[in-house]
Design a protein. Structure first.
Length: 365
């Protein structure tokens, strides 16, 4: 029996960092395979994890949950046959819906001896509130379907803000184990206890969501209006504009007050796919950047909306002095660190309404 762990989390939440911690401290000695699904044309994180001795299958042409269900199934079966791992870690795209990833894995169960050990969602504690409000359909789905929720960046938060974040998450998921202690303070045993608690409710979650799917998730047939209200993914009251963005299986219009971030990006059922809402811009670049250029670029992406709504930017680039830098950016924050030389510079920007021509100019491409 191969155990499967799904490590989901919205863009820039810290999934890769948490996976590294799990590999080094919680699953040492296990034969591990990581299946990574980048949303975008260029995978940046692969080398970082390959150093930890983990085989990586990158699937860069879209999101597991919608466009890649078939390929994902084949990829998972191939991994199981070729490597016969003890454990498979799946890192879905940051804009993937956890429920759809689970569904894709369940689809492989008939042909492979696997079980889902944990549905882990990493949440950026500083951004939870704004992402819940603006990208609720994707963000909430990851929270609601998790067996363990890991809050990242709590070392940068005041106690009352951590409590507020936990409260917001608890409203969406009353059962999951929630890790709110800063990661560097966590020992192996504490992480294991949280994951074990998550594994205990995994069976309950599976049963509950299987029933929910039977009741609610058949997008191929019509529901009566009152059934649609009962089957809405959100089991609590929203403000009116949030109701318009709710994941109902019926027609809806996005009013001027709607903040779901997905205007004009819904199918005729109102069920959004990541590649209809979010855009990925990925390029290779041989340009050698100065420190000032890099600083200007990242400030422009974090502090202005001149290039669209930027949710995530990352890349590895060569500097004018011959060194290599890796950068990571989420709204209002960015980080630059030393990087390994690559065959050329690589960039990836994810967001909504990206202004690609302006990005080309900004990055000197």
């Amino acid at each position: 029996m191969t155990k499967v762990d799904i490590i989901s989390g919205f863009l820039g939440a810290g999934k890769t960092t948490f996976i590294k911690k799990l590999i080094e401290e919680v699953f040492p000695g296990e034969k591990l395979v990581l299946i990574e699904n980048e949303f975008g044309e260029i995978g940046i994180d692969g080398g970082f994890l390959k150093d930890a001795g983990v085989e990586i299958t990158e699937m860069n042409s879209g999101c597991i949950c919608c466009t890649l269900v078939g390929d994902f199934s084949k990829a998972l079966q191939k991994v199981l046959t070729e490597y016969q791992p003890d454990r498979v870690i799946i890192e879905p795209s940051g804009v993937g819906k956890l429920s759809d990833v689970v569904k894709a894995i369940e689809g492989v169960k008939e042909e492979a001896d696997i079980e889902i050990d944990g549905r882990i969602t990493v949440v950026d504690g500083k951004k939870a509130k704004i992402y819940m409000r603006n990208f609720g359909e994707f963000f909430e789905n990851q929270v609601e379907h998790a067996s363990t929720i890991v809050i990242s960046r709590t070392q940068m938060m005041k106690d009352e803000k951590i409590e507020e974040c936990v409260h917001i998450l608890r409203e969406k998921n009353p059962d999951a184990a929630i890790i709110s202690t800063p990661w560097e303070e966590l020992g192996k045993e504490a992480v294991q206890r949280a994951l074990e608690h998550g594994a205990e409710i995994e069976g309950i979650l599976e049963e509950h969501h299987h029933h929910e799917e039977e009741e609610c998730c058949d997008h191929e047939h019509h529901h009566h209006h009152h059934e649609e209200e009962e089957c809405c993914d959100h089991e609590h009251h929203h403000h009116h504009h949030d109701e318009e963005c709710c994941d109902h299986d019926h027609h809806h219009d996005h009013g001027p007050d709607c903040t779901c971030g997905c205007h004009d990006h819904h199918d005729h059922h109102g069920h959004h796919h990541a590649d209809e809402v979010f855009t990925s811009w990925g390029k290779e670049t041989a340009h050698k950047y100065t420190e000032d250029e890099l600083d200007f670029i990242l400030k422009a992406l974090t502090e202005t909306e001149a290039y669209g709504t930027i949710l995530r930017a990352k890349g590895i680039i060569q500097m004018e002095d011959g060194s290599w830098k890796q950068f990571d950016m989420v709204p209002e924050e960015f980080e630059i660190r030393a990087g390994q030389a690559d065959y050329t510079g690589r960039l990836c920007v994810i967001g909504t309404d990206l202004k690609e021509d302006e990005l080309m100019k900004l990055f000197h491409i």
